[in-house]
Design a protein around this ligand. Structure first.
Ligand SMILES: [Mg+2]
Length: 265
């Protein structure tokens, strides 16, 4: 019997809730992905986590036995930066986010301003991602900049983030404070379920033409929605945020729903 996952030329996998829970490996899923790589399958990773750089994530995955190049990883931070690069009106940015996001911006020629500088002169854009050191003050500065005309870019609207100790607030929950305050939506959301991040992945990972691809993830509203809306088969793996009963409740149906990826080998 051939395994369902062997039918695909390309595997597009999520990271948080699939291979890792914060920094703890999810062994069964990792073993399944390692096995697929051994069989010569191409695996790329698309993650809404913007906190780490691609280099750091590739090192982390290599340490777990998955040989992955930085170019085969696309974070929502990369997707946000690629969006900003296509605009000509953004140079100075204020960031609510972690080091990986700032590094990606700087590497691409953007000037990341301090909170003090942002208060003095409104930046061209505010880029908001998951920030585990976010404060009332930082969020208020971001809100004021947007109120004064800065572009409002959010890496992803995830409500929750699966830490090792259970659920924590996601980037979308931080963005919601500003959305509520100003009664407005962000100008751009870069990450899943927006198909933009898939477009960026195709460019960054230099995928010539995706034939039979499958999207693997732990969240219906982001991973599975993105896969479904872009015409790919999808695998919901129940090692992260979404539960089996959420499928009916949200009406987002994956091709497969499994407890671990080993069930599809
Ligand atoms: Mg996830």
């Amino acid at each position: 019997m051939t395994s369902p996952l062997e039918n695909y030329d390309l595997i597009i996998s999520d990271i948080d809730g699939v291979v890792l829970r914060e920094d703890v490996p999810i062994r069964d899923n990792l073993e399944a992905l390692r096995e697929l790589k051994r069989k010569g399958k191409r695996i790329i990773f698309i993650t809404n986590n913007s906190g780490f750089s691609r280099l750091l994530l590739s090192r982390q995955l290599r340490y777990l036995g998955l040989d992955v190049n930085p170019d085969d990883i696309v974070t929502s931070g990369v997707a946000a930066v690629q969006y900003l690069k296509e605009r000509t009106d953004v140079r100075r940015v204020f960031v609510v986010g972690e080091e990986g996001l700032m590094e990606e911006l700087r590497m691409n020629g953007f000037q990341v301003v301090t909170q003090w500088e942002a208060e003095k002169e409104t930046p061209d854009a505010v880029v908001l991602g998951l920030d585990r050191l976010a404060t009332y003050d930082k969020l208020s500065t971001a809100m004021m900049c947007i109120h004064k005309g800065a572009l409002f870019v959010v890496t992803n609207m995830d409500r929750l983030w699966p830490s090792n100790d259970g659920l924590r607030l996601g980037a979308g929950s931080l963005a919601s404070a500003i959305m509520y305050a100003l009664r407005r939506e962000p100008d751009f959301v870069a990450g899943k379920p927006n198909g933009w991040i898939l477009e960026v992945a195709k460019r960054v990972a230099r995928i010539p033409e995706i034939k039979r691809a499958v999207v693997i993830g732990d969240q219906l509203e982001t991973d599975i929605r993105m896969g479904n809306e872009n015409g790919y088969d999808t695998v919901l793996v129940l090692t992260g945020i979404s539960k089996r009963e959420d499928i009916e409740r949200l009406g987002i149906r994956p091709t497969y729903a499994v407890n671990t990826l080993k069930e599809l080998l």
